[in-house]
Design a protein around this ligand. Structure first.
Ligand code: GLN
Length: 384
C-alpha cells in the first residue's frame, strides 16, 4: 500500500515543455516547441570550461557565485543599463533563470499574499506562487498585440497585493515593453510596498532596434525588485542551467537565505569560464541581429502557409494563428501537427490558468536554417 500525501500542487500536471518534447521524440517530429537552440554554442566557451576543469576548479564555488564572475556581471550590467550594482551583495549566481524566479518568490511570499501576473505567462510562475501558499492574480494581455491594460492592473491592486511579476522580452508572445509601460509601473507601485520580479532572460534577444527597458535602469523600481537573468539564453547553452539574480541588498539577503539551503552554489568550472568569456561584449551584442535573421527567415517561409503571424519583437518565439486552417482547440491541433505533420509547437492556451484559446501556437525559431526549412516543408506538405 502506498502512503498518500496531500499534494502541495493539486492542480498542476507535467509542464507543457516536457509533454510536447516527449511527444516530438515519440513521433520523430521536429522540435519547435521547447525554447532551445539546435545550433552550436561557442567553441571557445566550451574549451574555457574544459580548461577550468583541468586546472582543478572542480570543488564548491562561493555560495553567492564566483566573485570574479559577479564582478564581471556587475561591470556588464552597469555599462548596459547605466546602474551601480554591487557584486558583493546584490548579485547571486543560480542554477538557471527559472530557479532565480522561484527563489525570489520563496524569499518573501507569505500565505494568502496576492501576486499579479500577466497571461499568457511562462508556466512556472503560478506553481511558484501557489507552492508558497500565495494567490496568483492573472491579468490577460490584450489580444492580438499582447499589451498591458494598466487600468486593469490598477483595479486588481489591493492591500493583499505583495508583488507583480513582469517579463520583457516576453515568453511566449515575443512582445516587448515600451517606456510607457515602465512609467505606468512606476506610478502604480509608487507609495506602495509592492515588490517586482522581473524576468529578463531574453534581454539580448530583442529585434527591430527595440530597446530593452531593464528594471535595473530605474533606481525607484530596482529598490523593490528581483531581476532574473539567464546565461543559457545568451550563450546558447540552455542545458547548463546557469543564471543569476540581481536585487538590492536587503532583498538579496533574504534570497540568499533560501538559496544557501537549496542548491547552495552552482557549477564551478562553468563559472570560471563565464567570468572570462563575459569580457568579450561582442558575443551578446550581436545576438539580437543573429536571432532577428532567424525570425525573418522562418517568417518568410511560413508565409507560404495559411498560418497568420503575430509580431515578435524579442525572445526565441513567434506566435502564429491557425484560424484559416482549423477550428480545433490549440491542444488538439498542436498534438495533431506533432503526430501527423511531424512538427511540434506549443499551444499558447498552456500559458493561461483557465486555458484561453485564441487558436495560436508558439514556434521556436532559434534553430538552424535547415531545421526551419524542414519544418516548414513538412507543414506545407501536410496542410496542402
Ligand atoms: N524556457 C523554455 C521555453 O519557454 C523552456 C523551459 C523548460 O523547458 N523548462 O520553451
Amino acid at each position: 500500500m502506498s502512503i498518500s500525501v496531500y499534494s502541495k500542487l493539486p492542480n498542476i500536471g507535467t509542464t507543457i515543455f516536457t509533454t510536447m518534447s516527449a511527444l516530438a521524440v515519440k513521433h520523430n517530429a521536429i522540435n519547435l516547441c521547447q525554447g532551445f537552440p539546435d545550433f552550436e554554442m561557442s567553441k571557445r566557451l566550451v574549451s574555457l570550461v574544459n580548461e577550468a576543469m583541468k586546472k582543478g576548479h572542480n570543488q564548491y564555488a562561493h555560495m553567492c557565485g564566483l566573485p570574479a564572475l559577479r564582478e564581471q556581471l556587475a561591470s556588464k550590467v552597469n555599462t548596459d543599463y547605466d546602474c551601480t550594482i554591487n557584486p558583493e551583495n546584490q548579485i547571486t549566481i543560480t542554477p538557471g533563470g527559472t530557479y532565480a524566479i522561484y527563489t525570489s518568490f520563496t524569499s518573501f511570499l507569505q500565505p494568502r499574499d496576492e501576486v499579479i501576473l500577466f497571461e499568457p505567462a511562462y508556466d512556472s510562475y503560478i506553481p511558484n506562487i501557489e507552492i508558497n501558499g500565495a494567490v496568483p492574480v492573472p491579468i490577460q494581455l490584450s489580444y492580438p498585440d499582447y499589451s498591458i491594460d494598466w487600468n486593469l492592473v490598477k483595479e486588481k491592486i489591493n492591500h493583499k497585493t505583495k508583488a507583480i511579476i513582469i517579463n520583457t522580452p516576453h515568453n511566449p508572445t515575443g512582445s516587448v515593453w515600451s517606456e510607457h509601460d515602465i512609467q505606468q509601473l512606476r506610478e502604480i507601485v509608487k507609495d506602495t510596498k509592492i515588490l517586482i520580479i522581473s524576468d529578463e532572460v531574453y534581454e539580448h534577444l530583442i529585434f527591430d532596434n527595440k530597446k530593452h527597458f531593464s528594471i535595473l535602469r530605474y533606481p525607484d523600481l530596482f529598490e523593490r525588485s528581483f531581476v532574473c537573468f539567464s546565461f543559457g539564453k545568451v550563450y546558447h547553452c540552455t542545458g547548463w542551467k546557469m543564471g543569476y539574480c540581481i536585487a538590492p541588498e536587503h532583498l538579496m539577503k533574504e534570497f540568499r537565505k533560501v538559496h544557501q539551503f537549496n542548491s547552495f552554489s552552482c557549477n564551478s568550472p562553468i563559472q570560471f569560464a563565464l567570468a572570462e568569456h563575459l569580457k568579450d561584449a561582442s558575443q551578446y551584442k550581436e545576438l539580437g541581429n543573429f536571432l532577428q535573421q532567424k525570425r525573418d527567415y522562418f517568417h518568410n517561409m511560413m508565409m507560404q502557409t495559411k498560418f497568420v503571424s503575430l509580431p515578435s519583437y524579442g525572445s526565441y518565439f513567434q506566435l502564429f494563428n491557425y484560424e484559416k486552417i482549423s477550428d480545433e482547440n490549440e491542444f488538439d491541433f498542436a498534438e495533431r501537427l506533432t503526430k501527423e505533420a511531424g512538427v511540434a509547437t506549443i499551444p499558447v492556451a498552456a500559458f493561461y490558468k483557465n486555458g484561453v484559446d485564441h487558436k495560436v501556437l508558439r514556434f521556436c525559431f532559434a534553430k538552424k536554417e535547415s531545421t526551419l526549412e524542414n519544418a516548414v516543408e513538412r507543414l506545407i506538405k501536410y496542410l496542402q
